[in-house]
Design a protein around this ligand. Structure first.
Ligand code: GDP
Ligand code: IMO
Ligand code: MG
Length: 430
């Protein structure tokens, strides 16, 4: 790895294996920072026989000495953060001195979760299938300029006034949408006051820390959560999350300028998954759907929900390349395809009203709903790739599949992951 400031970004619908890739790359960096999202993320990292699922703390935390930051673009659930931290500490990781939280990051409070739940119920059939972690309502408050920032906790009286106003507003909103859920205003203020000193102890200016580190020649990873197709601007709106997951959000979400970023790695699975509602053009039919889900262990790291599975969609990843400015790909879970006799790749979509096959990912959800993928079929390799450590170790058919992915997406592959373990990674031509 020669780049100084690299963004690691999900380039499908999330759960691409960003945690694993960040953990592997963190070996060579000084700082890992999250730039958006919150505890909706579930980033799984395997170290030896142990499994860690990180929701808010960056995936660099499992390497000693790495500074792990939550940038201003993250919505920070402080209760969940301390729960996650305590779990890490109990497992022997010295997390607390290494975690920093931006003073500009917005707080995600229990009432945001109540609002998230109530909004989902209110949507009925049209539910988004959120993670229930309060993400949408927390970003709504931020953009409506009525959120509470970590730095607002500096003054106890100001914090109490803001918390009271926020909780009362939430209660009014809950009542207005016919929900019986309510937040206990005084209870909430008390709980936040209890954790206030601990949270203030973590407060930093993430932009300044990162900028100074880069000037000093250190290396930084900016860790994305979710994926390009869940981006509030570029994803399958409204079936998206409420932040800019794409690389443009990275510099913004930690507080440095975009010229600081010198590489963007798009993490993609060797196939496609999605959890929650919304279009997934290459979704598999039964029983292959269930077969791939079992082979890949495709159950949500945050909610445990079964993930929907589909073939690799080159239309999606080509689109992700454009909106992220990807410089390289990390293809994960190649090993999951090891036993399949044949493998398909979507190269375009057929949509009504268009004579030609389209190769640009459509913005229109109705068009997307009727899109019929056009597939190319390639032979499977039907041999284990889990022990491959170099490009040459991969079976010929697996190499052909990966090369085709490069061609169709117009992006070189930099890493191939063939298992959950740290050593199950193949650096390609770098
Ligand atoms: P993230 O949200 O992008 O970090 O991904 P998740 O952790 O939600 O989901 C990815 C899952 O795939 C996790 O259970 C990882 O342990 C697992 N995983 C990552 N890379 C590989 C791989 O190359 N092969 C296999 N079999 N599993 C992998
Ligand atoms: P990581 O970082 C996969 C999905 C939810 C839902 C939509 C909106 O582990 O890849 P939200 O709670 O954000 O309002 O939900 O986004 N979603 C994810 N899907 N991986 C994630 O994170 C996700 N975070 C949110 O399932 O469809
Ligand atoms: Mg995940």
């Amino acid at each position: 790895m020669t780049n100084r400031c690299m963004v690691i970004v999900g380039s499908q619908w999330g759960d691409e294996g960003k945690g694993k890739i960040v953990d592997v790359l963190a070996e060579e960096v000084d700082i890992v920072a999250r730039y958006q999202g919150g505890a909706n993320a579930g980033h799984t990292v395997h170290v030896g026989t142990e499994e860690f699922i990180l929701h808010q703390i960056p995936s660099g935390i499992l390497h000693s000495g790495r500074r792990c930051l939550l940038g201003n673009g993250v919505v920070v659930d402080p209760f969940q953060l301390f729960e996650e931290m305590s779990e890490l500490i109990a497992r022997g990781i010295d997390a607390e001195p290494r975690v920093g939280v931006s003073s500009r990051a917005h707080l995600l409070l229990p009432y945001h979760k109540l609002l998230d739940r109530a909004a989902e119920l209110g949507r009925g059939e049209k539910k988004i299938g959120t993670t229930g972690r309060g993400i949408g309502p927390a970003y709504e408050d931020k953009v409506a300029r009525q959120g509470i920032r970590v730095g607002d906790l500096r003054s106890e009286t100001r914090a109490q006034a803001l918390l009271r106003a926020g909780a009362e507003r939430a209660n009014l909103r809950l009542a207005s949408i016919g929900s019986e859920l309510r937040v206990d205003v005084d209870g909430l203020i008390g709980e936040v006051m209890d954790i206030r000193p601990r949270l203030l102890g973590l407060m930093v200016d993430t932009g300044q820390v990162i900028d100074e580190a880069l000037v000093a020649g250190q290396r930084v990873l900016l860790e994305g959560a979710q994926g390009a197709l869940l981006d509030v601007d570029h994803g399958t709106y409204p079936y998206v999350t409420s932040s800019n997951t794409t690389a443009g959000g990275a510099a913004l979400g930690v507080g440095v300028g975009p010229t600081r970023v010198d590489a963007v790695v798009g993490v993609v699975k060797a196939y496609t998954t999605r959890v929650g509602e919304g279009p997934l053009p290459t979704e598999l039919a039964s029983p292959l759907q269930e077969q791939v889900r079992e082979l890949g262990g495709e159950y949500g790291a945050t909610t445990g929900r079964p993930r929907r599975c589909g073939w690799f969609d080159a239309v999606v990843v080509r689109f992700a390349r454009r909106v992220n400015g990807l410089t390289g790909l990390a293809v994960t879970k190649l090993d999951v395809l090891d036993t399949l006799p044949e493998i398909r790749i979507a190269t375009g979509y057929q949509v009504s009203g268009e004579a030609e096959e389209i190769t640009n990912f459509p913005a229109d959800l109705e068009q997307l709903a009727e899109a019929v993928p056009v597939y190319e079929t390639m032979p499977g390799w039907q041999t284990s790739t889990q022990d491959a450590r170099r490009w040459e170790d991969l079976p010929e058919a697996a190499r052909a599949y990966l090369r085709r992915i490069e061609e169709l997406t117009g992006t070189p592959i930099w890493y191939v992951s063939v298992g959950t373990r740290r050593d199950q990674i193949i650096p390609v031509g770098r």
